[in-house]
Design a protein around this ligand. Structure first.
Ligand code: APR
Length: 247
């Protein structure tokens, strides 16, 4: 059983604004593969072949085949103890904000309310021409779905080389700046500008708590690092916090 520092629990007691900055690792216990690491997606598929606009224009069928495959895995997945604990934290702290790089919608399905999606959401789609959104299930019976304007419809996810949705990034940045505690859960923290938010929080004197199965590029700057599964460590932290409340 992992030992949680008493000073961290004390800091939690003093805190009102908690941010959870999450990556693919938080959904791995739900059966959704991560991108890097031993069984990572990018070990099998070259991102430039699938996760960028030119690849989509070159071969929209292949790109959609891949996103529909991922959507199927995501629909069969359930939020795990890590997602559920973060949602539960909303009952204990004034402001709990999720700033996620994940497109899998599992934080929302777990009951989290305040969520900034830095890399989009696989449940949304839009026309590359007129930017009209299509959030209903798309029909692929006639091939890649097209908008009435004739434009191709693409998933509303951020591809390599694309800008992050400004409102989501600014929302995440504001949350980082005003956070008392900034959890960094299940991310290799190598993709920018998302990973830069951790430094924004640090510069705003937020306490940085890293949870990962292994060391990352952030481990040296984190105030606390817990190496293990998020689905085990987050419930333990909440339990320790709650048990303190009783005594
Ligand atoms: N609990 C905690 N951490 C875990 C777990 C787990 N159960 N399983 C894996 N991890 C950690 C890995 O050690 C790794 O550091 O999660 C991290 C996942 O890192 P990546 O696969 O690089 O995913 P992420 O950081 O989210 O990638 C960022 O890159 O490919 C793009 O757009 C994509 O949003 C993604 C971005």
């Amino acid at each position: 059983m992992i030992q949680i520092d008493k000073s961290l629990i004390d800091a939690l007691r003093e805190s009102e604004s908690i941010v959870f900055f999450t990556g693919a690792g938080i959904s791995s216990e739900s059966g959704i593969p991560t991108f890097r690491g031993k069984d990572g997606i990018w070990n099998k598929i070259r991102p430039e072949e699938l996760a960028n606009f030119n690849a989509f224009i070159r071969n929209p069928e292949m790109v959609w085949e891949w996103y529909n495959h991922r959507k199927k895995i995501i629909h069969e997945a359930q939020p795990n103890a890590a997602h559920l604990t973060i949602a539960e934290m909303q009952n204990h702290f004034k402001n709990v904000t999720v700033v996620t790089q994940n497109i899998d919608n599992l934080h929302r399905r777990a009951g989290s309310k305040t969520i900034f999606e830095l890399h989009g959401n696989i449940e949304r789609n839009f026309c590359i021409n007129c930017k009209k959104f299509f959030n209903e299930e798309l029909n692929f019976s006639a091939g890649v779905p097209k908008c009435e304007c004739g434009g191709l419809i693409r998933p509303d996810v951020v591809w390599f080389g694309e800008y992050l949705p400004e409102d989501q990034f600014l929302g995440g940045e504001k949350a980082a700046i005003s956070s008392d505690i900034f959890f960094v859960v299940g991310t290799s923290a190598v993709v920018y500008p998302a990973a830069g938010l951790v430094y924004t929080a640090k510069q705003s004197n937020s306490i940085i708590i890293e949870i990962n199965i292994e060391e990352t590029a952030l481990s040296s700057m984190a105030d606390y690092s817990y190496f293990g599964k998020a689905g085990e460590i987050l419930p333990t932290i909440l339990e320790e916090y709650r048990s303190g409340l009783k005594s």
